[in-house]
Design a protein around this ligand. Structure first.
Ligand SMILES: Cc1cc2nc3c(=O)[nH]c(=O)nc-3n(C[C@H](O)[C@H](O)[C@H](O)COP(=O)(O)OP(=O)(O)OC[C@H]3O[C@@H](n4cnc5c(N)ncnc54)[C@H](O)[C@@H]3O)c2cc1C
Length: 634
């Protein structure tokens, strides 16, 4: 039987699949989303939190573009904290503990009530491709769904196997069914797969934890929402604490004396794991000089006794896990509800993708999430949104939406994935972004809302507010520059009263705000005629004034970056015919088919000299083509 009711098929309803499905449906396309279990929509199989360093930036950017994750965590968080708030705004990053059940339930509700969207519990076993163009998918019941585009967001399910010591089960996370047939179909289509792995810690019964031996970790008094659309007052609620404890020498000895039974160290695990999310075994072996490692106990939700042991993911056998966890202060009587385990799965080498997340060799086929070789809910959701938007743009015959490294962490994420070889699951970090001061989490709306509006996911009302916000920021800064205050006794007394120092000569209000100890809010007393502004506008005014010099410098760097980034490389260039480019580089360029000189310059093994030759070649080529055209015109 063949079903032709849908324009786009999304394979997977995890964090990537949910964003992709909602984007396509909200852009008016008849969309069907497949999952092996409807109960696992937006499931959080690992850490019970959204956000954190650089990941909070991704969530804000997803929201700015019109995605759902930010709104969903604002509805379902149980603790929220602005990380690095004592440092500069570039590294401020929101992190919220989620009630996992609520998070999944709320996202499912959004999908179930979305126009143009159909949810189907079925395993996709085959991709339908005709002459290099995607034609739909086939499911385990034999039904074929013919569509114009397909987005693969299969996460950790393809040929998944879970390892807990010697115990190996061929399932997806939490015992869910794995997807064992699609990999072969992808290989037949010429898609290159690789094997990655990741791990998760045990879940412990709250009644068996002695919290008195741990340090409570509280959320922020005033909660800042993730979504620019969330009313800040609506997220001010009671929160639950997390708790901090540590491993110790006994823990480390238990692990060291059982490494031979660890699937990682016994070589049973084939897949490569994330260096930046190491298992406790890896930490004990690689950082053997450290006497202890931090362990955070985090609630999985308000309606469960399960607590997540952050910092102790493992795949050691259960009997070892019991001893290992019980050696930690506060866990002496720990009852393990769910064992820690590692999961291996098939995913792709993302260099097979264009920056639009479309496969270079198969038109209309897009992919996002862990399947692209990343790790993390936020990384997955960001890619799912971009892949979904671009699948829609493909069907609507519109230009794809590309975010480059100077516009967002999403741009850094995707560019790193599609331009660099991936040897382990890719996790976002602030250190990966060149323009950190420009790519702050607080200005994601200013950076990306317009793109969301252009594709059609952001409403007129939202863009009107953004335009008003930008206008108010600029006009208010001009106003502050224009108002001078003298070095009067009254001003000096005021400045001393707010912890600053008297003026020796007159200064503008803008100059005062530049002082580290002062801010727009703090000088309100000597600025009675100021307009009433929202907190988010005031936040931008403070940052724009205080960091202007640094922002200017980064903006200059970005204009350099854009020069090469906007130097596009036409399709069909035969890099092997370009004399002066080294053979290795010719090979790499032929393999990668970079879309721009900027991307070519970031491919490992391509030297600045190769780029110079390429630039000259492109220039000569353009001139000769213009020359031929003029001759033709004559
Ligand atoms: C054990 C474990 C440990 C983890 N540890 C970490 C960690 O330490 N740090 C970290 O950042 N992240 C970790 N993660 C990863 C995190 O869970 C993922 O990054 C995130 O869930 C990826 O989202 P996704 O949408 O790409 O895929 P997933 O959330 O895996 O969702 C995939 C979806 O695809 C569906 N699906 C797959 N194949 C098919 C098919 N053929 N037909 C139909 N439906 C299909 C599934 O039903 C599911 O809905 C871990 C995950 C697991 C399971």
């Amino acid at each position: 039987m063949v079903i032709e009711d849908y324009e786009v098929a999304i394979v997977g309803a995890g964090h990537a699949g949910c964003e992709a499905a909602l984007a396509c449906a909200r852009l008016g396309l008849k969309t069907i989303v497949f999952t092996v279990s409807v109960n696992s929509i937006a499931m959080m199989p690992c850490n019970p939190n959204i956000g954190g360093s650089s990941k909070g930036h991704l969530v804000r950017e997803i929201d700015a573009l019109g995605g759902e994750m930010g709104k969903n965590i604002d509805k379902t968080f149980i603790q929220s904290k602005m990380l690095n708030s004592s440092k500069g705004p570039a590294v401020h990053s929101l992190r919220a503990q989620a009630d996992k059940e609520d998070y999944s339930r709320e996202m499912r509700k959004v999908l179930e009530n979305q126009d143009n969207l159909t949810i189907k519990q079925a395993e996709v076993t085959e991709l339908i491709i005709n002459d290099g163009v995607v034609g739909g998918v086939k499911v385990n019941t034999g039904i074929e769904y013919l569509t114009k585009a397909v987005v693969l967001c299969t996460g950790v399910y393809l040929k998944a196997r879970c390892l807990c010591g010697e115990a190996i089960t061929y399932t997806g996370p939490n015992g869910l069914q794995s997807a064992n047939y699609l990999s072969e179909s992808l290989k037949k289509a010429g898609i290159v797969l690789q094997r990655f792995k990741t791990g998760t810690p045990a879940r412990i019964d709250k009644r068996s934890i002695d919290f008195s031996k741990m340090e409570p970790q509280y959320g922020d008094r005033r909660v800042v929402p993730f979504s620019f659309s969330t009313d800040p007052e609506s997220v001010q609620k009671e929160q639950v604490p997390c708790f901090l404890t540590y491993t110790n020498e006994e823990t480390h000895n238990i692990i060291k004396s059982n490494l031979d039974r660890s699937p990682i160290y016994a070589g049973v695990i084939e897949g490569t794991g994330p260096r930046y999310c190491p298992s406790i075994e890896d930490k004990v072996v690689k950082f053997s000089d450290k006497p202890r490692h931090q362990v955070f106990l985090e609630p999985e939700g308000l309606n469960t006794n399960e607590w997540y042991v952050d910092g102790m993911s493992s795949s050691l056998p259960e009997d070892v896990q019991v001893k290992m966890y019980r050696s930690v202060p506060g866990l002496e009587n720990a009852h393990i509800v769910r064992n820690a385990y590692a999961i291996e799965y098939d995913c792709i080498k993302a260099k097979q993708l264009k920056p639009s997340l479309e496969f270079k060799k198969i038109n209309g086929l897009f992919s996002g999430g862990q399947f692209n070789g990343s790790s993390g809910y936020e990384e997955a959701a960001a890619q799912g949104l971009v892949a979904g938007i671009n699948a829609a743009m493909y069907v609507l015959n519109r230009e794809p939406m590309i975010i480059d490294r100077s516009e967002g962490y999403i741009g850094v994420l995707i560019d790193d994935l599609v331009t660099k070889d991936s040897f382990e699951p890719y996790r976002m970090m602030t250190s990966r972004a060149e323009y950190r001061l420009l790519l702050r989490q607080d200005n994601a709306d200013i950076r990306l809302r317009h793109k969301g509006f252009e594709v059609g996911l952001i409403s007129k009302e939202q863009i009107d507010y953004l335009n008003y916000k930008e206008e108010m920021i600029n006009s208010e800064i001009e106003r502050l520059k224009s108002i001078k205050v003298g070095a009067s006794k009254k001003t000096s007394e005021f400045l001393i009263s707010v912890g600053s120092t008297p003026l020796s000569t007159g200064a503008s209000l803008e100059e005062l705000i530049r002082r580290p100890e002062l801010s727009y809010e703090k000088i309100s007393q000597i600025d009675p005629d100021r307009p009433v502004l929202n907190d988010d506008i005031i936040e931008q005014i403070n940052i724009e004034i205080k960091y202007r010099g640094y922002i200017d410098r980064e903006e200059r760097q970005v204009s350099q970056f854009k020069k090469l980034e906007n130097r596009l490389i036409p399709d069909g260039i035969d890099f092997k015919s370009i004399h002066g480019i080294r053979i290795e580089a010719q090979q790499k360029l032929t393999d990668f088919k970079p879309v721009s000189v900027g991307q070519a310059a970031r491919i490992q093994g391509i030297s600045p000299a190769d780029i110079q030759v390429l630039l000259i070649y492109l220039k000569t080529r353009a001139q000769s083509m213009n020359g031929n055209k003029e001759e033709d015109d004559e």
